[in-house]
Design a protein around this ligand. Sequence first.
Ligand code: GDP
Ligand code: ZN
Length: 459
Amino acid sequence: MVEFDTIAAISTALGEGAIGIVRLSGDQAVEIADLIYKGKDKLESVPSHTIVYGYITDPRTNERIEEAMISIMRAPKTFTREDVVEINCHGGILSVNRVLQLALRNGARLAEPGEFTKRAFLNGRIDLSQAEGVMDLIRAKTDRAMDVALNQVEGRLSNQIRLLRQALLETVAHVEVNIDYPEYDAETMTHHILKEKAEYVLKEIDKLLTTASQGKILREGISTVIIGRPNVGKSSLLNSLVHENKAIVTDVPGTTRDVIEEYVNVRGVPLKLVDTAGIRETEDIVERIGVERSRQVLKEADLILLVLNYGEVLSEEDRALFEVVKDMNVIVIVNKTDIEQRIDLDAVRELAKTRPLVTTSLLLDEGIDQLEQAIADLFFEGDIEGGDLTYVSNTRHIALLEQASSTIKDSLEAIDMGVPIDLVQIDITRTWELLGEIIGDSVHESLIDQLFSQFCLGK
Ligand code: GDP
Ligand code: ZN
């Protein structure tokens, strides 16, 4: 095991703002906690995995800082596999901060973002894809995204990757046997068997990759832009989406971008409604941020909600909007069905082509269900309720899987061309390495640092 100093950070539980936890991890965690704790017993004498009650006290001044419940968890059965002490404070953020400062003054070092999880990884408690799952959990925006991340933490993706690597390794081993002992009477690794294995691995990798776009969307949210002529009901649509659905609180800080984002959860699909404030204030995204900027926003959008007016004939402007979004994911919404029809729905259908078309009366609150269903269908294709699939949602994993898919394809081509088996083996070994990088079996140290620095502080 690697030697580490003792780290400390505020690690407040998901969704709970009021309670603060100061977490210490490392060889001296208990020792340091003892310096700043006054209670019935010394923490050093307390058995592992127990909680004690007492006061956090400044040893210099004897001042009581905070009433606290303290959990003592000794290595190796802890998240980091080191000694861990968690100080649960019930005061506000201020007193939590004072407890942390006290720990730091008495020998702990402030943890870097993700350092607890990094230690769990380095100490072999979890693999890299699980560590990244923890990170996704922290950021998960809907229950479904949470499920995906949880799956990853539980190691489902890791297990699948391990199975594939095992299959590749066996293949390589067979080849080695045949090279080293040509006279050995084992099953000869014929092109045929090699091909079978490679095809199996390719099929499984591609299966994982087909889940990738959905996984990524679950993680990052579908960036959605509402467009339409003035007065068709864009703001009304936005409001009903926001009000009918749980708004997702996001910790993405207000960046320098002039685009404001709002998250809502529509049947498990996290919609990131882009530039909603702009639409709200000026009714017109183009007017507010200019043509160029709005083109950019449209270009980055995953989903366009194109709104038309049921009570007006299709205008040139409407047709132009269809042209602008012709290569995009679009749901066409014909709004204001409560007033007299003037729009030609057949013409709309023709413009919409195969895209979903929904009619609504936002005034009467009609059609929202169908719209929400259309959104869900578009991104879930109806059949993943069971949640049994392993989603690949992490960009790094996707990139590695894509490379692995392409190298195993190379090996299949080589097999078909009759390239000698020991040469084919190079691609197979490369595939094995690439898959290994997903679970962290062969990753470079700087990559590890970079990955873990993306974590929230205290995780
Ligand atoms: P925007 O300019 O596209 O953002 O349109 P708004 O959402 O601001 O709506 C323009 C007007 O149409 C407002 O007076 C709304 O109350 C009204 N409106 C919105 N949806 C409907 C609807 O379904 N039926 C009717 N009759 N009026 C609606
Ligand atoms: Zn409006």
